[in-house]
Write a protein that binds this ligand. Structure first.
Ligand code: AMP
Length: 364
């Protein structure tokens, strides 16, 4: 089960997370083999091997599976079929299909979190205009309508405001507008949480069952996209403790191997509510590369390779800022800043909303 130095870690997905996982693997003397449909992927620049293939191409997947010691993934929308094809060939996939299946469907995800005794926003399954209307009466307004599957970075969601539909004759139109905006797909309606702040827990579970969690950063989002993570967060210590306990329960319940990212809302009362989890390394854990001896990327590679987990303690306070779209054009100016670690993902085209890199400013 242990992947020894010179072994190969297969990674499904070739984005920046795959790139940073590949770099961490290389530092441990392991090799990364990326599997991606994308001809120009950020991970391919730094990996040992790359297979360009569709996620449903059984022949290519089988060859890939035969060339690696374990397979992991860097994005949660890997089709279940991909994992099934690999598993049918006795390729070990970590984290397993269970975490992937739950994280891919917001309804199942919320039910899973509640089944562990942890709280979520109030939610209601929406399949048509009638259930959306019923949902709005149940969870109230403002509310957020989110597609059950394939949403990320604020995509696939729309807000229904407190007063939307209040004017005479506008109720039906407001409902229809929201439903059309998310593409009339199976969704959930979430009650709006008036949170004090958002935090996340980056945790890991190893092959032996050991669990290690990093300190929880405060996360600031704009337009549904993470902009900044601050560690330590100003959240009450009890909220951070509760969030870590919930993330640990989730790791245990999922029989999870690898790094997980769990996002929380902290209420004004100090209570914590789970927003969502990602079965992979997480943007709000990028600071760990520069402020901890063992980064989330190395921790994930250690876990899936069956190595002992590393110490997640933070040696410095820091602030991580994403470089989104044209932010990355400031690379020269940023590279002159003292105590600033600059990470660029090697993406060729800068588009609005595209994550091009990040900087971690170490507080000294
Ligand atoms: P998500 O894609 O579900 O993580 O949503 C992106 C961001 O939208 C979150 O990080 C929050 O800032 C905000 N958001 C999502 N759901 C809610 C909610 N139920 N109440 C308040 N804000 C939310």
């Amino acid at each position: 089960m242990i992947v020894e130095p010179n072994g190969v870690i297969g990674i499904l997905g070739g984005g920046q997370l795959g790139r940073m996982l590949s770099l961490a693997a290389a530092r441990l003397g392991l090799r990364a083999h990326i599997y991606t449909p994308d001809e120009n992927s950020p991970a391919a620049d730094v990996a040992h091997a790359v297979t360009i293939g569709d996620y449903k191409d059984a022949e290519k997947l089988n060859r890939f599976g035969g060339a690696v010691n374990v397979v992991t993934y860097e994005f949660e929308n890997v089709p279940a079929e991909t994992v099934d094809i690999l598993a049918a060939n006795r390729v070990r996939v970590a984290p397993g299909g269970k975490a992937l299946g739950i994280a891919q469907d917001r309804l199942i995800e919320k039910e899973f979190v509640n089944s562990l005794g942890a709280r979520t926003a109030p939610f209601f399954a929406v399949d048509d205009l009638a259930s959306l209307e019923e949902g709005l009466r149940k969870v109230g307004r403002p509310a957020i309508l989110k597609t059950r599957r394939l949403g990320y970075d604020g995509k696939g969601q729309t807000t229904i405001g407190a007063g939307d539909g209040d004017l005479a004759g506008t109720w039906d139109a407001a409902i229809k507008k929201a439903w059309d905006e998310i593409g009339a797909r199976p969704s959930i309606l979430e009650g709006f949480i008036d949170f004090a702040m958002e935090i996340s827990v980056i945790g890991a579970r190893g092959l032996s069952g050991e669990i290690r969690c990093y300190d929880a950063p405060q996360n600031i989002h704009k337009g549904g996209i993470l902009r900044r993570s601050i560690v330590p967060s100003p959240a009450p210590a009890s909220a951070v403790r509760d969030a870590i306990a919930i993330a640990s329960n989730m790791l245990e319940a999922l029989d999870y191997i690898g790094v997980i990212g769990v996002e929380f809302f902290v209420e004004k009362s100090g209570g914590v509510i789970v927003n969502e989890f990602a079965p992979r390394v997480h943007n709000s854990g990028h600071w760990t590369t520069d402020a901890c001896a063992i980064s989330q990327f190395e921790q994930h590679i250690r876990a899936v390779a069956g190595w002992p987990l590393g110490d997640p303690r933070r040696h410095s306070d820091c602030v991580m800022d994403n470089l989104i779209g044209d932010d990355a054009a400031r690379w020269l100016e940023l590279s002159r800043e003292p105590n600033t670690c600059i990470h660029l993902y090697g993406k060729r085209d800068s588009l609005p909303g595209r994550k091009m890199g990040h900087v971690t400013r170490i507080c000294v």
